[in-house]
Design a protein around this ligand. Sequence first.
Ligand code: F6R
Length: 366
Amino acid sequence: EKGGFDHFMIKEIHEQPQTIYDCLRGRLNAAEGTIKMGGVDNNIDKLLNANRIIVVACGTSWHAGLVAEYLFEELCRIPVEVEYASEFRYRNPVILTGDVIIAVSQSGETADTLVALENAKEQGAFIFGVVNAVGSSIARISHAGAYTHSGPEIGVASTKAFTGQLAVLTMMALKVAKAKGTISELRYVELIRELDAIPGKVAEILKDTTAIQKIAEKYKDASDFLYLGRGYNFPVALEGALKLKEISYIHAEGYPAAEMKHGPIALVDETLPVVFVATKDRFYEKIVSNVQEIKARRGQVICVATEGDTVIPGMSNDVVYVPDADEIVGAMLSVVPMQVLSYYIGTYRGIDVDKPRNLAKSVTVE
Ligand code: F6R
């Protein structure tokens, strides 16, 4: 049942080229330059006229929501809020007509998310579910939705469901942008091609993970990790830190790289591994100077860099490469080394990574 792998987590990590492909299949047509999604097509007016999108989710799904914030604001020019379901439901939030709520959930059963949606629905919000588990409570309460088609996720740590969420949210943002006219035809077609290439690029990352395993071996006894990224890679840094905490019980924090000087930099010394998501996107120059700031304080710099980069390797203690991609789709690549790194650190520490202590796969109590 684990398909020759030691754990469900690593099996599910390796399934991602296929699960992302399954998510795109039947929707994205790169040759024709089209995206079909029934839930979006049938409710396009709701999305086009949205004054605001509120993403409601927990945990890893909340991180996917943060990526969606960048996507929808940039491509569709719609203001987006990303809310922890547990906070949103209890603070008497302002919900206005014309608000669209995007609920993101792997299990479709997360209690806080479900109740937050029930409340918002009563107040007249339109609910769009981005859910993995077919027929789940959140799928049923939504007015419309799109399944991620990632298949059953058994490992407690979410991996393939996250990249499936990103694939769905990216397709949605592209469709809305196209219908709204906030994206040029050229850019739209270019991004469709970029998205279409993602499964192959994820396969490339996973073809040989020995470099990541070596890094895991080297840092497995660290007591703290810092994860830093900017732009679309900021949520990836948060997700990297969450994966490590869950699976290895090592304390880790994710931060926007520039926010580091407002506090966390005080933690840096020669014992602290700092993972940078330093791919070649529009923030590359900025992240290079953030890496220098950590080096100057003798932190151990581990970088996720773009293949062919010649600057980052010279500045890092350790490097892992991902294929070049447009930043709009890049998070689906840069998160993969994070998942693999956590998996190996967890297993080298002797932890049952599929069932880490204190965690449940589906959090049906608040
Ligand atoms: C992290 C993880 C959790 C879930 C969270 C939301 O690896 O699995 O943080 O992401 O409990 O669960 P869903 O997506 O099922 O609503």
